[in-house]
Design a binder for this molecule. Sequence first.
Ligand SMILES: Cc1cc2nc3c(=O)[nH]c(=O)nc-3n(C[C@H](O)[C@H](O)[C@H](O)COP(=O)(O)OP(=O)(O)OC[C@H]3O[C@@H](n4cnc5c(N)ncnc54)[C@H](O)[C@@H]3O)c2cc1C
Length: 404
Amino acid sequence: MGSRKYDIGVIGSGIIGLATAMRLSREHPRSKVVVVEKESRIAQHQTGHNSGVIHAGIYYAPGSQKANFCSTGGAMLRRFCDRHEVPYEMCGKLIVAVDETEVSMLEELYRRGSANGAEGLEIVGQERLREIEPHAAGVQAIWSPNTGIVNYDDVSSAFCDEMREKGGELIPNAEVTGIARRNGTLNLETAAGDVEVGAVINCAGLHADSVAMMMGQDVGVRIIPFRGEYLSLKPEKAHLVNGLIYPVPDPRLPFLGVHFTKRISGSVEAGPNAVLALKREGYSKTSFDLGDTMDALKFPGFWRMSRKYWKVGINEQYRSVIRSAFVRSLQTLVPELQDHDLHMPGAGVRAQAVDTAGNLVQDFSIAQTENAIHVVNAPSPGATSSLAISRYIVDLAKRSFDLN
Ligand SMILES: Cc1cc2nc3c(=O)[nH]c(=O)nc-3n(C[C@H](O)[C@H](O)[C@H](O)COP(=O)(O)OP(=O)(O)OC[C@H]3O[C@@H](n4cnc5c(N)ncnc54)[C@H](O)[C@@H]3O)c2cc1C
């Protein structure tokens, strides 16, 4: 098969790749855009396994990309959903301090959220907390009415449809296995044949570091996979949760703590935790991949991370294996919940960048190299922020690539 030629190749059809390809096709109709995807369908990894929350932007350091992209991205996402009739619901969220020791952290979160422009935040006492979520327990909470839920598969499909309407293409079953520079262009060797592109936007999520490496670029971090395991509430117990109930998170970590999430379908999920995974796409407790594990073990940052966070890591592993410990965490938020109220285990895997010093990279990270832009770190709230991230990437591309 002769190689196909495009101006820009987006690697990965998760929500960020598709948002970027859609914007490129819309704003540069004379540039040929292609998305190459290793799976047979779009959104099969982080995007298709997430909690479906439209975050309001409460947790993130003021001035960070997470703070900025989450609040602008959330508003852009809702406008997109309105225009394309993608259902979403602004069901609101409670972040609950379960005892007095958590109140100062809750107040700090309130200050952060307000500084980030999260709309309508209120600190509420027990009475109001019980009005909003009659089965939740806590001494104080933040009420965020501007948090919502959506199915990010549906959003991704709508992005993909619009990208195609504007002339962009998707090549499924096309895992990129090598990238070679040839006469000023880049040749993507894929499972579906060669694809020649003028520039690459690397949106490969859990494989973003490996794809950068194929171009000879070390982006200075490794993607470490963290599995998020959850259980669903049995339908007859879904009434225990009206919307979204979250704990006060551990400020050292970029994860939000096990919580209750109402889905747009009406079901309720409990979780996810954050367990180190031994495979980038390791959705079960027994998933193991020698290559992925060796990649992590060979990276000095992995060992430094393990030294920094070993206690948290052991607790998470324990809570993953011992179901009663997982249920106990949930009971701190909703005491009535019983083990037998939960069923249907599921999981997603987060792509979390870790730097050489062993820090979990807190902010989004987007790097540029010759003829390429790499989305290096885009965990939660990456789906909420996808349209704002795509705008940032396309602005970078305009300045750096030859676009028509
Ligand atoms: C458990 C969990 C819960 C979350 N909850 C939320 C939430 O409620 N709200 C929110 O805003 N965010 C949430 N997130 C984060 C959000 O899902 C991510 O930020 C977002 O999906 C990232 O999108 P992406 O396009 O970068 O990655 P992905 O969706 O992972 O897409 C990457 C794509 O690249 C493809 N790919 C990889 N390597 C190659 C290759 N070599 N060749 C071709 N294709 C390749 C993959 O197959 C995949 O389709 C959650 C994440 C997880 C895991």
